[in-house]
Design a protein around this ligand. Structure first.
Ligand code: LMR
Length: 338
């Protein structure tokens, strides 16, 4: 009789979420919130991390993914992480400014990264590690850098020369360097959460935006943008970050498995990111609603020249040493040095 009562009590407790001894076995839940679609480099990376984390911890950890700003928009998700309402995020590094860490805007400097090899060497080296250190005092642990790809411009008019940007209202992420970039091009930048961009483009609140093609396509921006210019003028890079208190409180063996899962998912994102963007570009072309224009090298040099002064102008904000370190990596990669 006693046993029956105990069984009923514990199933009731489980059903109503009450604490019992059985709940001591309950998995550690990691809420992973992000703002893009599942079918993007970040979306797929999150799913890969979930699979690996749950398998490696043999179910002791359960990862719940909330994509597409389902839970929070850009700024709110940062606050939610700091408050511990979610445990994991992978925001674009262009979004740390509002929390007072502007150093990550280093990656927003236009025409800074000639290729992904340079980007990976920088994120994997002392610059990447140094930036993660800056997050600790904000209650955040940096776990990995995930890449997406190079940014392209779109609008409802052709964007072929800098003159085409004059007075154009362009949505940007919350980065002062991106603001400066757009001003340097003669445009009128407007900070806006990612989840609001499609509607803003549709309703003409803004005229254009810059993003990777995978982000544009999965948000259906090609339906509301008649022109896209392949300019590769900057990158979208993510910092996978955890609530520090939560991360530090994990049992050591669980954290070790999660670190492994993160390393493997980072490798995976690097493998798929380019393909995701190539496939998205093919899909945009096939939709025939957007004319795709490739910026010729001669014009690219004109844009680059116009934007380069920002590197020096923003050195005091993002660190002269960091900029020099990237220039050195660029030289090493060009010279074929390991
Ligand atoms: C954006 O806001 O445009 C991007 O940062 C979205 C993302 O997370 O890739």
């Amino acid at each position: 009789m006693k046993l029956r009562h105990a069984l009923i009590a514990s199933s009731l407790a489980l059903a109503f979420g009450l604490p019992t001894a059985a709940l001591a076995q309950a998995p550690i839940v990691i809420k992973f919130s992000h703002v893009v679609a599942d079918a993007t480099p970040k979306g797929k990376g999150a799913i890969k991390f979930k699979e690996l984390a749950e398998a490696k911890t043999k179910g002791r950890v359960k990862v719940e993914i909330y994509p597409n700003s389902q839970l929070y928009k850009d700024r709110e998700e940062m606050e939610a992480l700091q408050l511990g309402a979610v445990q994991l995020l992978a925001p674009s590094v262009s979004k740390f400014g509002p929390m007072g860490v502007r150093d990550f805007e280093l990656f927003d400097l236009p025409y800074m990264f000639p290729n992904k090899e340079v980007l990976f060497r920088v994120t994997d080296g002392p610059v990447g590690a140094g930036l993660f250190k800056k997050l600790e005092s904000k209650g955040i642990t940096g776990l990995a850098y995930w890449d997406n790809g190079f940014k392209q411009f779109s609008a409802n008019k052709p964007l072929r020369t800098l003159a085409d940007f004059k007075g154009l209202k362009v949505r940007i992420q919350s980065s002062k360097i991106l603001e400066a970039q757009m001003k340097q091009m003669g445009a009128n930048p407007q900070v806006m959460a990612f989840s609001e961009v499609y509607t803003a483009l549709q309703q003409g609140v803004v005229d254009g935006e810059e993003n990777t093609v995978s982000n544009k396509y999965t948000q259906k921006m090609h339906e509301v943008q008649k022109h896209m210019t392949l300019s590769d003028h900057g990158v979208i890079l993510y910092a996978v970050i955890a609530n520090k208190k939560f991360w530090d409180s994990l049992p050591a063996d669980v954290r070790k498995s999660l670190d492994e899962a993160m390393t493997e998912s980072t490798r995976y994102v690097r493998e798929i990111a380019q393909n995701e963007n190539d496939d998205a570009l093919a899909a945009v072309r096939a939709a025939k609603t957007t004319e795709v224009y490739t910026l010729p090298e001669s014009e690219r040099q004109v844009w680059r020249k116009a934007m380069l002064p920002l590197h020096e102008q923003y050195a005091p904000v993002v660190g002269k040493d960091n900029i020099q370190a990237i220039y050195k990596v660029i030289g090493d990669v060009a010279a074929g040095k390991k």
